[in-house]
Ligand binder design. Structure first.
Ligand code: ADP
Length: 920
């Protein structure tokens, strides 16, 4: 147990003797024993004992101690004013933080000040703007499992359910699947910061007690996702159903399975828990589930992963959607970096959601494309829209704060300022032709009523504090105006007092002043003390003067102070009413936010399309009745959206896949452009399905269901697995799950093992993908003999990258051409890279020797096999790495291998056996 968590031992031992304050600390630590408790004492958050030692070290703050009659306790204090940055560090160190605030003014009641945990801050439940990235969602996930092993059962009892909630924006999603991998893929897609798990999902990573009857689900969650085991009771089916019903109505009509209901219910309760409470009494009531609902959670969207282009973690990474592939790359060397020209945080998040979930449904894609195209028509309109959208505040988080009663008057003004922009945004879409923009025009409700409420009630430039007045506008409330007038009159009376008293007493130097201890006073310098009238009462004696009050001054002062105090209280009350009135419109504000976000994202896509000369993709339907099988992809002059941005000039390339031309084996030396080419094909497909224009002269394609990639060495060093094992694992997934609506990218498969093994695996995979799977495949390889294999496969073909060679120098043309490459130019590349001349010279000799030897061809130099061996047409004698014949029986066995149903180890064992057969 972490000594920073739970009640400190030194206190637990003598709980009954502790001072009331320390007792409170002890009890809060006990109640929130999975969080580090920050305990408000005046202007500081304090921690004690183990927690103090830990925070002192983590936050580099001084460790002191607090001593009372019961002992001395180590202590640290962090100033409340900039607590956020400290809290951020604590979260980063893996802690949840329970903030225990003083919830009454000191002296309000007898005894110790009441404190309550007003929020539990966890990585997945952040709502503080300072701790959140503005243009990305921050999700907390919950996972629940259906009973038993339910492969293949209908949705009602789907195996695994996933709920995702962004507490800061109110985005709430749920899905389920009988495939564990599908759920893992969805988790990668949304990349939650935290996952809440219940009794049927083991937390792994040592967080929970190991229980062998429950499957280990650690693999679901990315390394940086905090796994939070939470109160098992909230996962109970009936309780969860009740929770969901409380928010959204009948759960059965909304959600597809019991696990979904359980995941959603649990997540709602977790969000309520993290929200904290206004008082200790309320916190206790929470335990009986009577807490305040989070009113801004208005929508729960159930979706099926099969509605979207499937991208697993590997594909997200290798296609550089959100993270650059190489650690040293610039942060914007990503697809989102190129595409994001959004002007508002709302738009930024919308665009990321679109990229995360490209569409399949042609109608939905076309609707976006129509809008982008129409916006392309007018640069002026687009620029105007962007200018307007820059003034749009983060409405989703604003209304969330307003609804959670965390918003101040400035937040309301920000909402109002955004509403003021809406009519202008709307006007820009007045003449929209396409359906999508027309709809957005209709959806952009400027919420005039809400704006009016704020305009009437809140002054233009209110203070941050909401309890100290200065918020409510003149004329909004009669009582407030009266109180203010009383205070103003009083002050005027005091302002005039000095003049009046000077006249009355004849003391020209008489002054009226104010200090916080004595209030208003009349000051008379020593030489004039004789002229002081009877009714002056001495209050303070200074070196050169005396200060007095008069009964009337005191009376006026009390009046002013009283009026001001009552005014502040009344303002606070009125402010809360206004905030509540606005909060009641949460759904309308959210709908408006969604419309603005969509406009922003579409304008961004259109801006990028114009700026970088993208073309509108044409979506095709395949006519399966006419025997058209897989995908059709026809890209003319395609470019890599990210690489072309970092490159002085980029060479466009075509790509064409259709029946009869489905599997491309691509050869060419290192650095010639193979991997760029493959990835650009996938990215153009992906962008098309996002509804974006694409970096190409033209693109015609059928929507793809799923993109698989096995690109580059994604060494799972942390996981302790060899490159080869990772590679085989990724391959196994592809072979098992790809079908003819999949796009598969393979780069250098079989590198982690010997050349002969590597080639054998590569060939077997090629054949399997071709014969059984029918996926559209791009396969870059060093194994030149593989190009021979394509001759036997009806739908396979070869491509290579052209390289010019002059005076021993290699010039990469980055141009794709039909056919196989003739050499690898490895030696020349080595020269170009600055490998010392003697080494290069020796390499040349070795290559020459190898080419002369009878076994020329095999090794990684990639020299193409010169002569296909006898009767190339016969399937019994496909060429192997050794250039010899494969006996018919071995070939038959190889072909019969059902790789889709083999583990990598089984595959290896089998290959090993076949190899031995060959060697016999
Ligand atoms: P390979 O996969 O064949 O080793 P890459 O695709 O990684 O080669 O390309 C190597 C480098 O060549 C890229 O980083 C890029 O700088 C450049 N490059 C690739 N394709 C092109 C292209 N079509 N036009 C211009 N430069 C390119």
């Amino acid at each position: 147990m972490d000594p920073a968590l739970g009640p400190p031992e030194a206190m637990a031992e003598k709980r009954d003797e502790l001072t009331p304050m320390m007792g409170q600390y002890h009890d809060l630590c006990e109640r929130y024993d999975d969080a580090l408790v920050l305990f408000q004492v005046g202007d500081f958050y304090e921690t004690f004992c183990g927690a103090a030692e830990r925070t002192a070290r983590l936050l580099e703050v001084t460790l002191t101690s607090r001593e009372d009659s019961t002992g001395e306790y180590p202590m640290t204090g962090i100033p409340i004013d900039n607590a956020e940055s400290y809290i951020e560090d604590l979260l980063e160190a893996g802690y949840r933080v329970a903030v225990a605030d003083q919830v009454e003014e000191p002296g309000e009641s007898s005894g110790v000040v009441e404190r309550a945990v007003t929020r539990v801050i966890t990585p997945g439940t952040l709502t503080e703007d300072e701790l959140l990235s503005s243009d990305d969602n921050n999700f907390v996930a919950a996972v629940a499992r259906g009973p038993g092993d339910h492969d293949g059962l209908p949705d009602r009892d789907a195996h695994l359910a996933l709920a995702l909630l962004d507490v800061s924006t109110g985005d709430f999603l749920a899905t389920s699947s009988s495939s564990e991998e599908a759920i893992a893929d969805e988790i990668s897609r949304f990349d939650p910061a935290e996952a809440v798990v219940g009794p049927d999902v083991r937390a792994g990573r040592g967080d929970a007690t190991p229980d062998s009857s429950v499957p280990d689900d650690t693999d679901f969650f990315p390394e940086d996702c905090m796994v939070t085991p939470f109160d098992e009771a909230v996962f109970d089916r009936d309780r969860a159903a009740e929770t969901v019903a409380d928010y959204f109505g009948a759960p059965d009509s909304l959600l597809a399975s019991d696990p979904e209901i359980r995941a959603c219910g649990a997540l709602l309760e977790y969000a309520e828990y993290a929200r904290g409470s206004e008082s200790e009494a309320e916190a206790e009531a929470d335990d009986e589930r009577e807490s305040d609902r989070l009113e801004y959670l208005t929508h729960l969207r159930r979706y099926d992963p099969r509605e979207y282009l499937l991208l697993d973690a590997v594909a997200l990474r290798s296609l550089e959607l959100f993270e650059p592939r190489a650690v040293h790359s610039r942060d914007d060397a990503t697809l989102v970096g190129v595409l994001d020209e959004t002007a508002s945080a709302l738009g930024g998040r919308k665009l990321r959601d679109w990229l995360r979930r490209p569409l399949l449904e042609p109608d939905r894609i076309e609707a976006r494309l129509d809008a982008v195209e129409e916006l392309n028509g007018s640069v002026r309109a687009r620029e105007k829209l962007q200018e307007l959208l820059r003034d749009v505040y983060d409405l989703e988080r604003l209304i969330g704060r307003i609804s959670r009663e965390r918003a101040n008057a400035r937040d309301l003004r920000s909402l109002r300022d955004t509403l003021a922009v809406v009519p202008d945004v709307r006007a820009q879409l007045e003449d929209a032709d396409c359906e999508r923009l027309e709809q957005l025009h209709a959806d952009l409700d400027p919420l005039a009523d809400v704006r009016e409420v704020i305009d009437d009630a809140i002054v233009e430039d209110p203070p941050i504090e909401i309890t100290e007045g200065g918020i409510i506008a003149e004329g909004y409330d009669g009582d407030l105006d009266d109180l203010r007038e009383t205070a103003r009159d009083g002050k005027q009376w005091i302002d005039d007092l000095a003049e009046r008293e000077r006249e009355r007493t004849g003391i020209d130097s008489l002054k009226v002043g104010y200090n916080s201890v004595h209030g208003y006073y009349i000051e008379v310098t020593n030489p004039n003390l004789d002229s002081v009238p009877e009714d002056y009462q001495r209050r303070q004696t200074l070196k050169n003067s005396e200060r007095f009050v008069t009964p009337e001054l005191k009376e006026r002062e009390d009046e002013i102070v009283g009026a001001e105090e009552r005014a502040d209280e009344l303002e606070y009350e009125l402010f809360r009413d206004v905030r509540k009135t606005v909060a009641d419109e949460v759904e309308r504000v959210q709908d408006l936010a969604d419309a603005l976000a969509t406009v922003d994202a579409l304008v961004s896509l259109s801006t990028v399309a114009a700026q970088y000369d993208y073309a509108r993709p044409e979506l095709l339907e395949r006519d399966r009745e006419r025997g058209e099988r897989g995908l059709e992809i026809d890209i003319e002059g395609g470019r890599h959206p990210v690489v072309e941005r970092t490159q002085a000039s980029f060479v466009p390339n075509d790509a064409r896949f259709t029946d009869g031309q489905r599997l491309a084996v691509i050869t060419g030396p290192n650095m010639s452009g193979k991997s760029t080419y493959m990835r650009q094909v996938a990215q153009i497909v992906l962008l098309s399905q996002v509804g974006s224009f694409v970096p190409a002269k033209s693109a015609r394609l059928t929507p793809v269901d799923r993109i698989f990639t096995r690109v580059g060495a994604s060494d799972d060093i942390a996981g302790g697995r060899s490159t080869f094992m990772v590679e085989m694992d990724e391959l196994a997934t592809i072979l098992r799950e790809a079908d003819e609506r999949s796009l598969v990218l393979l780069d250098e498969v079989g590198r982690g093992t010997s050349t002969a093994d590597g080639l054998a695996i590569a060939q077997a995979i090629t054949e399997h993908l071709h014969d059984e799977v029918g996926a559209t495949t791009l396969f870059a390889t060093h194994h030149h003999p593989l190009t021979e294999v394509t001759e036997q496969l009806a739908d396979a073909f070869t491509l290579h990258f052209e390289v010019d060679q002059a005076d021993g120098e290699v010039v990469f043309r980055h141009e794709v051409a039909p056919g196989a490459a003739t050499g690898s130019y490895g030696v020349e590349v080595a020269t170009a890279a600055g490998v010392p001349e003697p080494v290069v010279e020796r390499s040349r000799e070795l290559v020459a020797e190898a080419e002369d030897s009878p076994h020329a061809g095999g090794e990684g130099t990639g020299t193409a096999v010169e002569e296909p061996t006898a009767d190339a047409g016969s399937t019994a004698s496909r060429t192997t790495a050794d250039g010899g014949d494969v006996p018919a029986d071995v070939a038959a066995e190889l072909r019969a291998l059902d790789l889709g149903h083999m583990t990598p180890v089984e595959a290896l064992t089998e290959l090993d056996r076949l190899k031995r057969l060959l060697e016999e």
